[in-house]
Design a protein around this ligand. Structure first.
Ligand code: SF4
Length: 288
């Protein structure tokens, strides 16, 4: 068991902000390893392990600047958080699957596992940036170290990881974090006017919530497809697993929204007035 950690809420923030994809250091793994069915997000069917026809010999995308116009919106949404370069440069020591085809099958199977480890690291690192109590902080720290150690394993050991078993304690800790942080805000903002805060899994597809004060609401796993959240106050809202495809976030305040990912933001609609947490980038298609 690790020692009790000195509380430093900046560590988690720094780790979370450092989790960025570096496509130059990756061998096009998201364009090759994954199975993708044709839909409004991806114009063609592509089997796992088969390179996308738009992937060039240098692993860049031939249609990078026109992905959305050509029916590949999903490619502008996807974010591996750095799992691709980790598999390419650390697990497989910079070996390229085109030059060394004998490693390709294993490399493509390792990628989705690394991707899930990175997703969990991102959530746990974010949780460590909140002012949680010392007991929870230490549990999160131990969990983060365990996940980071897993990313350093050899390919065969990575393939043997039982991901659902990893997810279980992570989910419990994220839930505890969400409840501690939101509860402290709820006590501050509630006064005499109590309202409902638990909307876990709610179906608000297409709902008009323009300008609403939804601070500290639990929207875990909610369906917000094409909902109108323009100018809404979404600080400390827990968005873990929420579906934000085409959600209108123009002018909304998400500056301290919890467990929001770059993929969720990339799939939504926003503008220059939308306030985002520091670890997320404004998507290039938010042009207004
Ligand atoms: S269209 Fe481009 S970004 Fe999308 S999977 Fe194919 S090569 Fe990759």
């Amino acid at each position: 068991m690790s020692e009790v950690q000195k509380i430093d809420y900046t560590i988690g923030k720094k780790i979370r902000e450092s989790l960025q994809a570096d496509c130059q250091s990756c061998f096009g793994l998201c364009c090759t390893a994954l199975n993708i069915a044709a839909s409004s997000d991806f114009a063609i069917n592509k089997a796992a392990g088969t390179p996308c026809p738009n992937l060039q010999s240098d692993f860049s995308c031939q249609i990078h600047s026109t992905l959305r116009d050509q029916g590949f919106k999903g490619c502008t949404v996807f974010d591996c958080l750095g799992a691709g370069q980790k598999v390419s440069q650390t697990t497989f020591h910079g070996q390229d699957w085109r030059q060394s085809p004998e490693i390709s099958e294993k490399m493509f199977r390792v990628f989705p596992i690394m991707e899930q480890l990175y997703e969990m690291i991102a959530y746990v690192a974010e949780a460590l940036s909140y002012k949680v109590d010392s007991s929870l902080f230490n549990k999160l720290h131990i969990q983060l170290e365990q996940l980071q150690r897993a990313t350093e394993l050899e390919a065969d050991a990575l393939l043997a990881i039982d991901i659902p078993n990893f997810r279980l304690p992570v989910n419990g800790l994220l839930l505890e974090t969400s409840e501690q942080i939101r509860q402290s805000l709820i006590e501050k903002i509630n006064g005499k006017n109590s309202r409902k805060y638990d909307y876990r899994g709610v179906d608000w597809m297409g709902k008009n919530l323009k300008g609403k004060d939804l601070r500290a609401t639990d929207l875990r796993g909610s369906y917000l497809i094409a909902a109108n959240l323009q100018n809404a106050d979404l600080r400390n809202v827990d968005f873990i697993g929420a579906d934000l495809r085409d959600t209108n976030l123009r002018g909304a305040d998400l500056s301290s929204s919890m467990f929001l990912t770059q993929m969720q933001i990339n799939s939504a609609q926003g503008n220059l007035q939308t306030k985002l947490p520091s670890h997320l980038k404004r998507p290039s298609h938010w042009v207004e």
